[in-house]
Structures are given as C-alpha cells and as structure tokens.
Design a protein around this ligand. Structure first.
Ligand code: PMT
Length: 424
C-alpha cells in the first residue's frame, strides 16, 4: 500500500544519488487532461519533483500556467516557443527525468510513440528519453478497440512501455465502455511502485558472471531443395530473453534458426537451419555456458531422406513422407549438464499444459519450464505478448503470469534464473 502523505511525514521517493525522483509528466489532448493535475499533486505529496510537458491540444483543455504554478517549473509545449528558456529543451528535459509518465495518453500519442514520430514536445521527449516510460491511456472505447490502436499498444509493450490500463465506465461521449482513465491514485501508486522496483530507475547488472546460450526460432527440415517442414516461431520470445540477459550484463550467444523478428544488437548470433544444425551448434557452444534457455521451436521429426532434386508433382498423385525423430537438444544438454549450469526449457502446448510441462521438467531434469498455452489469444507464436505458467524444480505450485510483453516476460524468466543461482 502506498502512502500519499506529505514528504514531511510520509515516504520520500529518492533515487540512488539520494535526490528526489524527478517525474516527467506528459499531458496530451483529451478530456481527462485535467486529471493530470491531481496526479502531479499526488506525486509531489509522495516527495517527487514533477516537470510537465504538454501537447498543444492538451493546452486547449488546461492552460500550461496551471501546471507551471503547481510544479514550479516552466511548462514545455513547443520547442520553438520564443519564451522557452532552453533551446534544446526536449533533450535536456528527457535526460533530467527518472520516469516519463503520460496522463492521459491519447490514441494519437500512442501511435506516434509506437512509430517513432517526434513532431511535438511530448513525442520528441519520448524518443529522446532513456528513462522508463509509463502511459495511462484514455479515449473513446471504439478508438481503444481499433486494430490500429491494439497494434500500437502491442508494439509499445514489446518496447518496454508500462501501461496503466484504462477502465470501463461512462465516457465523455456518454457511452459506456473501456477507455476511461484509471483512478489517479492507482496511476500514482503504479509510478511509485515502478520507481521502487527493479527496472524503474536503473536496470540491474546482476548477470555479469553469467554466459547465456539461447536457442531461438523455428528449425527447417528439408524435404527437397525447395521445400521444408517448419513452424510459426518468429524468434520474438528468444530474442527478448537474449536482449534482457545482455542488458543485465550477461555474455549472450544465440543459436537462431529461421526468424522473422529482428535480432537484438549485442548478443552473438549463430545462424542455423535445421534441428541437426542447431544440435551441433549447441553442443559446440554449451561448455562455455552457465545458463541454457531452449526457446526455439525445434522440429521433433525430419524427412528421413532429403530428395537431392526438386520432387515433381507429375510423378505421383499421392505422396508419403517418411519421417525420423530429431535429437532432443534440451534433453541432451540436461543429460550432460556441467556443475552449476542452469537449464530452462519451454513447452508450447494446446492441451494439458501443466501436466505436459511438469513431465518435461521432471523427465529432462530441468530447472525451469516456461509453459505457454498457444491456443490463448496473445500467447505463443509470433505475438509481441505471451501468457505463461512457470514451473520450477523443487517448487510444487506452478506460477501463472498474466498477459505481458515478451520483453517483460524475459525479465521475469531471468529473475527466476537469478533466484535459482542465488539459492545455490
Ligand atoms: O518465437 P516466437 O514466435 O516468439 O514464439 C515463442 C515460442 C512459442 C516458440 C516459445 O515461447 C516456445 O514455446 N518455444 C518452445 C516450442 C516447442 O518446440 O516446444 P516443445 O514443447 O515442442 O519443446 C519443448 C522444449 O524442448 C523446448 O524448450 C524446445 O526448444 C526443446 N526441444 C524440442 C525438440 C527438440 N528436438 N529439441 C529441443 O531442444
């Protein structure tokens, strides 16, 4: 529970340098803009310094002077305003804050953030900021539900933007639906929680002693020189883990089969095609790894005989492919595990999720199994989000996590790996 008492009697939120946290409050043009005033006051009461940036549309709803009087800082609306005391304000503003909070965030602002458009002070600040970003959207429910907005939200979650989801209620247009700004107390509580928790002001470097080996993507098993058997893996999940581990200080090698997602910069990428290639690459890299994560969708079977030339359809009306089992890479890594190696696998299931995942955990002697029920919307293949249950060796109760971006989930998985390491 967060206490919103005045700084004199309540908690004061300080960063590592023992200075007050500074929140950049972006206000964009919606009817809920007036509620940003209350958020500002609650954050100040919790001991934070608040600087405000507004879009010109927001300034139609609330005058910048109101925020200036309350915050004690010049309110930035337009970089080019001759009254602006700072000639490169969006850079200096974005670098001076510990968290950028946007209340309310309109559909238009989310679209700009998602696409890197920086044509006003708030969107330029977003693009120039290295601080964590939290948005509290508010809009008509039709706009909230529009596929374009949903796409932008998925993208932003993948990019690590934290959302204070709007709630259902009566909207400005007198209709009832989802799109109402969350209560200001809840918005403030989430900001303070983010500042207090890992990842808000600083990303911990807790993996400097670890070397991650991660498999990613879908293998391709050749039928002939033009055809292959594969699956829907995009590589998003595995690359997200690679990016998170790298950011937290680990040495990271990724063995990547076919992917449609962009590989993160930083980790070393070893490209492979088939399950056999992946097996060989993993076996040659595994000695140097302290943590192995099998996020790839590896084909369980491959054609027994790959045709040397293209199979011509005129030759036959029906065709039978004879398949043989591939090596189970994860099982092999676990079998020949070296002292201290932590081994995590995934389970992509359509039925009996927990039962099958537990079977993998025990049979293959893994430390963690991340189980995704790929029939759920927002989970599994080629989505920017995932919904998983994590099973950990020695822990009876599976841990079900809510829908979150694959990038957020990556940190959650790594947090559990760190816990296992710390437990010895
Ligand atoms: O790449 P995305 O589009 O982001 O999708 C993510 C994902 C759904 C691919 C990922 O989250 C996931 O679940 N990966 C594992 C998919 C899978 O093949 O599950 P499985 O239940 O068939 O395999 C279990 C485990 O054994 C996996 O860790 C797999 O990498 C490993 N395995 C499987 C077969 C094999 N021959 N060798 C293996 O190492």
């Amino acid at each position: 529970m967060i206490n919103f008492e005045s700084p004199a009697s309540g908690p004061v939120f300080m960063n590592e340098d023992k200075k007050k946290y500074c929140i950049g409050l972006g206000v964009t043009g919606g009817i809920a803009a007036y509620k940003a005033i209350e958020v500002l006051r609650l954050l100040q009461r919790a001991g934070c310094d608040v600087k405000v940036a507004m879009t010109s549309h927001a300034a139609e709803f609330i005058r910048p002077l109101t925020f200036r009087a309350l915050s004690g800082h010049y309110v930035l609306v337009d970089d080019y305003d001759p009254g602006n005391p700072d000639p490169i304000a969006h850079i200096n503003f974005s670098q001076s804050i510990d968290l950028f909070l946007v209340v309310p965030a309109t559909a238009n602002t989310l679209a700009k953030f998602a696409n890197g458009i920086a044509d006003d002070f708030v969107s330029s600040t977003y693009l120039a900021s290295t601080a964590p970003v939290m948005v509290a959207p508010a809009m008509n429910s039709l706009m909230w539900d529009h596929p374009a907005t949903r796409r932008n939200i998925e993208r932003l979650k993948y990019d690590g933007v934290m959302f204070v989801e709007p709630v259902s209620g009566e909207l400005a247009c007198k209709t009832v639906g989802t799109g109402k700004l969350e209560d200001v107390e809840n918005i403030t509580a989430q900001v303070l929680e983010a500042l207090g928790g890992a990842g808000a002001n600083e990303r911990v470097s807790d993996l400097t002693a670890e070397s991650f080996l991660i498999t990613v993507g879908g293998t391709r098993e050749a039928i002939d020189p033009v055809r292959f058997i594969t699956n829907h893996s995009s590589g998003k999940m595995g690359f997200a883990i690679a990016a998170a581990a790298f950011e937290r200080g680990a040495k990271v090698t990724v063995v990547a089969a076919s992917t449609s997602a962009d590989a993160p910069s930083g980790p070393r990428i070893v490209r492979v095609e088939s399950a056999r290639d992946m097996y060989r690459a993993v076996i040659s890299e595994i000695d140097g790894a302290t943590v192995y994560v099998g996020a790839a969708a590896v084909s369980d079977y491959r054609p027994k005989n790959e045709a040397a030339t293209k199979i011509k359809k005129k030759d036959m009306d029906e065709m039978t492919l004879e398949l043989e089992k591939t090596d189970d890479i994860l099982a092999e890594v676990a079998n020949s595990r070296k002292n201290g190696q932590i081994i995590a696998g995934f389970a992509a299931e359509t039925t009996n999720l927990i039962e099958y995942a537990r079977e993998k955990l025990l049979k293959k002697d893994l430390d963690i199994v991340v189980a995704n029920d790929i029939t759920q919307e927002g989970a599994g293949f080629n989505t920017d989000t995932n919904i998983v249950t994590i099973l950990t060796k020695g822990v009876d109760e599976p841990e079900s996590l809510p829908l979150m971006s694959k990038r957020e989930l990556a940190d959650q998985i790594i947090d559990r790996i760190v816990k296992i390491r710390n437990a010895g």
